[in-house]
Write a protein that binds this ligand. Structure first.
Ligand code: CP
Length: 301
C-alpha cells in the first residue's frame, strides 16, 4: 500500500515525477478524475493552507471529501484514533490526510490500516511535512530548474521545523547543489539530513538563489530554547537589508503561516522577490499529484 509519510521513502525518480505531474496539472489545466475514491481529512492540529489545499486538490480530482473534526468526533467520548480510522475504513474511505502534534502518528495509522487505506502525512510534530517540501521544490523548479547549480538558504528555526526536515531529504534526492541552514546555534538541527549549517547570516545568504524563511514556531520551543525575539530579529530576520545579501533575483519563500515583524518583514513578504503566494497556489497541484501517486494511478505515465 502506498503512503506518503516522508520524502525519504520515495526515490528521486518518484519525486521528479511528482513535480513534473504537478506542473503539468498547473500548465495544462487538465487532469483526470477519480470519483470512485473517498478521502478523509483528520487534522488534530491547526491548519489553513494544508487542509484547504488538500481539500481543493481532492475535489478537483472529483474525490468524495470528508472533513472530520477531531474536537467533535467520538474520540471526545474516549474512542482511540486507531478505532476511528478502522471505522472510517469500514465505510469505504481509502485515503486519509493526517496532521498531528505527535511525531510518528501518521506512520502509526498506516500500520493500523495495513493494505486497506493510504495515509498522507500533512505534518507530524517536528518530524515531517512532505507535501510542503514537494510544493516548495515545485515552486523552485518552475523558476530555476537546474537544482544542481543552486544555492538555497533555509533561514530560522530549523531545529523544530518539519518543513526543513522533509525539504533537506528531498533536496538530497533531487541533487540540490548547495543547501545551507542559517540559524543561531540553539535552533540549528540536531541531526542534519543534507547540506551544511552556519550561524552566519552573511555566509548563508551571500549569493543565494533562494531564501526560505521559517516561522519561529514558539509553540514548539522548550524552556531553554527561547531566544529574545528582538535580538533574533536584529540578527536573523529576513528584512530588505538582509535579503540584499542574496542574489538580486533570489526567490523569497516561506511555508507559512508568516509572523510579520518577527522572522520576516511585511515589505519582503509583499515584495517583488516573494513567491509565497505562488507556493500556496502550487500546493493544490502538488497535492493532486500526491493523491494520484498514492492511489497508484500514476503508473502508466
Ligand atoms: N505550511 C503549512 O503547513 O501551513 P498551515 O499550518 O496553514 O497548514
Amino acid at each position: 500500500m502506498k503512503h506518503f509519510i516522508d520524502t525519504s521513502e520515495k526515490s528521486s525518480k518518484e519525486l521528479s515525477k511528482l513535480i513534473e505531474r504537478a506542473l503539468y496539472f498547473k500548465n495544462t489545466e487538465s487532469h483526470p478524475t477519480y470519483p470512485e475514491f473517498s478521502v478523509a481529512h483528520l487534522f488534530y492540529e491547526h491548519s489553513t493552507r494544508t487542509r484547504v489545499s488538500f481539500e481543493l486538490a481532492a475535489k478537483k480530482l472529483s474525490m468524495t471529501v470528508i472533513n472530520l473534526d477531531p474536537s467533535t468526533s467520538s474520540e471526545q467520548k474516549g474512542e482511540e484514533a486507531q478505532d476511528t480510522i478502522k471505522t472510517l475504513v469500514a465505510m469505504g474511505i481509502r485515503c486519509f490526510v493526517v496532521r498531528h502534534v505527535q511525531e510518528g502518528f501518521p506512520e502509526m495509522l498506516a500500520d493500523v490500516c495495513g493494505d486497506r487505506a493510504h495515509i498522507i502525512n500533512a505534518g507530524d510534530g517536528t518530524h515531517a511535512h512532505p507535501s510542503q517540501a514537494m510544493l516548495d521544490l515545485m515552486t523552485i523548479v518552475e523558476e530555476k530548474p537546474d537544482l544542481a547549480s543552486l544555492k538555497i538558504a533555509v533561514l530560522g528555526n530549523v531545529r523544530h521545523s518539519r518543513v526543513a526536515h522533509s525539504f533537506q531529504l528531498a533536496c538530497s534526492l533531487l541533487g540540490v547543489g548547495d543547501l545551507v541552514m542559517v540559524a543561531p546555534e540553539i535552533w540549528q538541527p540536531k541531526t542534519l539530513q543534507y547540506g551544511r549549517v552556519t550561524d552566519s547570516l552573511q555566509e548563508g545568504l551571500m549569493g543565494a538563489d533562494v531564501v526560505m524563511c521559517l516561522r519561529v514556531q514558539k509553540e514548539r520551543l522548550a524552556g531553554n530554547e527561547h531566544l529574545d525575539l528582538a535580538h533574533y530579529r536584529q540578527a536573523y530576520a529576513l528584512t530588505e537589508k538582509h535579503l540584499a545579501l542574496a542574489k538580486k533575483d533570489a526567490m523569497v519563500m516561506h511555508p507559512g503561516p508568516v509572523n510579520c515583524g518577527i522572522e520576516i518583514d511585511r515589505e519582503v513578504v509583499d515584495g517583488p522577490q516573494s513567491v509565497i503566494l505562488r507556493q500556496v497556489q502550487n500546493g493544490v497541484f502538488m497535492r493532486m499529484a500526491i493523491f494520484e501517486h498514492v492511489l497508484g494511478k500514476d503508473v502508466s505515465r
